[in-house]
Design a protein around this ligand. Structure first.
Ligand code: NAD
Length: 440
C-alpha cells in the first residue's frame, strides 16, 4: 500500500476515532471510500486498455496522464479532463509527488524498467505491462526494489487471472498427470525482422517527441512503421521478439504451476544476428532444476513464427488432435495436458482422464486486484517478485538468439553466463546520457 494512502486512511481513521467512538474492526470501512489517484505512462494501444480497466474500479481517480505522442495524449485527456497531462514521465512523477498514489506503465518494452523504477524510487506502487523489462538485469532490479520497499506491484499478464489458466495450474499441482518432465510452448506470431539494418529514414511526425520515445537506448533516426507504434516489438533494442511478447503469457502457467525458478542453461536455434531485428523464427530450449511438480530436471522448448506449432509425436497427443496456434503442452509421467492459450486444458489419454476433477473457481479481475491491493485489500498474483523471475528466464532465451546454437550456462546467483563472456554484455543496457535512473 502506498504511504500516501496509508497516511490518508490513518488521518481519516484518527479523525473518526476522535469524534465518535468507532471500533477498530470498523476502520476497514474507510478503505473503500479512499480514492487511489493513478498516473499513467503510455496511454495509446494497450495503455488505453489499461487506463480503461484500472479506472473501471470505483475507487480510482485518474490524476495524471503521460504520452510522448500529443495526439494520443489529447485523446486520453478528453476522456479524463480532470487529469493533468505530461510528455515526460520523469516530470509527471516528480511534479505530481504526493498527489498521486500509484503508477501504471504501458509503454514499449524498453521503457518499462526506467519508468517503473522511477515510480518505485518515489515510493509508488506500480502496474507494469509485460514482459516486465527489456533487460535481464532490469528484471532483477525491479524485483529487488519492489520487495525491499514492500510496494504493491503487478505485471500485465491478465490471462493468468482467467479461469482456464488458473484451473490448469491447480490440476497440474494436484498431480493429475504425475511429475512433469517436459514442457513445449509455442506461438505462431512473428515479432521478428530478418531484413537488414535501415538506411533510409523519415521525418519525425509533429505530434511525437522522438527523443523521449527513444529514452534510455542509443539515439537513431526515425523510420515510419518500424518503431512507433507497435512495430518496435521486432527491433532488438526496443522489443523482445515473439518470445518476450507472447511467450510471457504462454510461459506463465507452466512456470507458475511447476514452481520453476532459474534455468540452468538455455540455447536458441535461429538465424545469425543481423544487427537489426529479432529472428523471425526461433526454437529455444531451456533446462530447469527439478521441483516438487517435476522430474529431476525439466526440459522446456519454445517455438515461434514458422517453427510453431511443434511436432508432438510420441508425447501423448493422440493422432488427429490439431494443436492450437498458440499454447503449451505438459508431458507428465501419467499423462499429457494440452493447454491452448487462454482456453480450457485437455488431458490425454482422454479415456483415462474423462472423470478427472476440474476445480470450480471464482472469476478474478486482474486490474482490480492491483487496485484493491494498493488500497490495502488482498494481494496481487503477478507481483514483481514472481514476474521478475519469469521475465528473467524468458529474456535469457532472447539473449541466446544472439548466439545461435550456443548453450548459455546460467549462474543465477551471480547473474552471469559462465561460459560466454560476450553474452554477459547483453544483460544490461548502458543508459543514454540524461536518461539514467537510480537502481538501473
Ligand atoms: N497484456 C497484453 O495482453 C498486452 C497486449 C498488447 C500490448 N501489451 C504490452 O503493452 C505495451 C505497449 O504495447 P502497445 O502495443 O500498446 O504499443 P504502442 O506502441 O501501440 O503504444 C505505446 C504507447 O506508449 C507511448 N509511449 C512510448 N514511449 C513513451 C514514453 N517514454 N513515455 C510515455 N509514453 C510513451 C506511445 O506513444 C504509445 O501511446 C508493451 O509492453 C506490450 O508488450 C500487452
Amino acid at each position: 500500500m502506498s504511504r500516501t494512502i496509508q497516511r490518508r486512511q490513518f488521518v481519516k481513521a484518527s479523525a473518526a476515532l476522535a469524534t465518535c467512538s468507532i471500533l477498530p474492526s470498523q476502520l476497514r470501512a474507510f478503505a473503500p471510500n479512499a480514492r487511489l489517484r493513478t498516473a499513467h505512462v503510455g496511454v495509446g494501444g494497450m495503455g488505453g486498455a489499461d487506463l480503461n480497466s484500472v479506472s473501471s474500479h470505483a475507487g480510482v481517480e485518474v490524476a495524471a496522464l503521460c504520452d510522448v505522442d500529443s495526439n494520443i495524449l489529447n485523446k486520453a485527456a478528453a476522456t479524463f479532463p480532470n487529469a493533468r497531462t505530461f510528455r515526460d514521465y520523469r516530470e509527471m512523477i516528480s511534479e505530481m509527488g504526493d498527489t498521486i498514489d500509484a503508477c501504471v506503465v504501458s509503454t514499449p518494452d524498453h521503457t518499462h524498467a526506467p519508468a517503473a523504477m522511477t515510480a518505485m524510487n518515489h515510493g509508488k506502487p506500480v502496474y507494469c505491462q509485460k514482459p516486465l523489462t527489456h533487460e535481464v538485469f532490469e528484471a532483477r532490479q525491479l524485483r529487488h526494489v519492489a520487495e525491499k520497499k514492500g510496494l504493491v506491484t503487478q505485471m500485465g499478464i491478465q490471462a493468468s487471472a482467467g479461469l482456464p489458466y488458473r484451473r490448469a495450474t491447480q490440476m497440474i499441482q494436484s498431480g493429475v498427470i504425475g511429475k512433469v518432465s517436459r514442457v513445449l510452448a509455442w506461438s505462431y506470431k512473428n515479432w521478428g525482422y530478418d531484413g537488414p539494418a535501415f538506411t533510409d529514414f523519415d521525418d519525425v511526425p509533429e505530434s511525437l517527441d522522438w527523443d523521449l520515445w527513444i529514452g534510455t537506448t542509443a539515439m537513431r533516426e526515425y523510420k515510419k512503421g518500424v518503431y512507433h507504434q507497435r512495430s518496435w516489438r521486432k527491433q532488438i533494442d526496443f522489443g523482445t521478439g515473439t518470445l518476450g511478447d507472447m511467450g510471457v503469457h504462454i510461459f506463465d502457467t507452466p512456470y507458475r504451476a511447476l514452481a520453476l525458478t532459474y534455468p540452468t542453461w538455455v540455447r536458441t536455434t535461429c538465424r545469425q544476428p543481423t544487427g537489426a531485428g529479432h529472428p523471425e523464427k526461433n526454437i529455444v530450449e531451456y533446462e530447469f532444476p527439478g521441483t516438487q511438480y517435476t522430474t529431476d530436471a525439466m526440459r522446456w522448448t519454445w517455438y515461434d513464427g514458422a517453427d510453431a506449432p511443434p511436432s508432438t509425436d510420441d508425447l501423448g497427443v493422440p493422432e488427429g488432435v490439431k494443436l492450437p496456434s498458440q499454447g503449451s503442452l505438459f508431458v507428465g509421467e501419467e499423462g499429457t495436458m494440452l493447454l491452448p492459450h487462454s482456453s480450457e486444458p485437455q488431458l490425454f489419454p482422454e479415456d483415462k482422464f474423462k472423470d478427472a476433477a476440474r476445480p470450480d473457481l471464482e472469476p478474478r479481475n486482474h486490474y482490480h486486484q492491483w487496485v484493491d491491493a494498493c488500497m490495502g485489500e488482498g494481494e496481487t498474483s503477478s507481483q514483481f517478485g514472481y514476474a521478475g523471475r519469469l521475465t528473467e528466464a524468458l529474456l535469457l532465451g532472447v539473449v541466446a538468439n544472439r548466439f545461435p546454437g550456443r548453450k548459455l550456462n546460467w549462474d543465477a546467483e551471480n547473474l552471469s553466463v559462465t561460459n560466454l563472456e560476450e553474452a554477459n554484455a547483453l544483460l544490461k543496457r548502458t543508459p543514454r546520457e540524461g536518461f539514467q535512473v537510480a537502481g538501473l
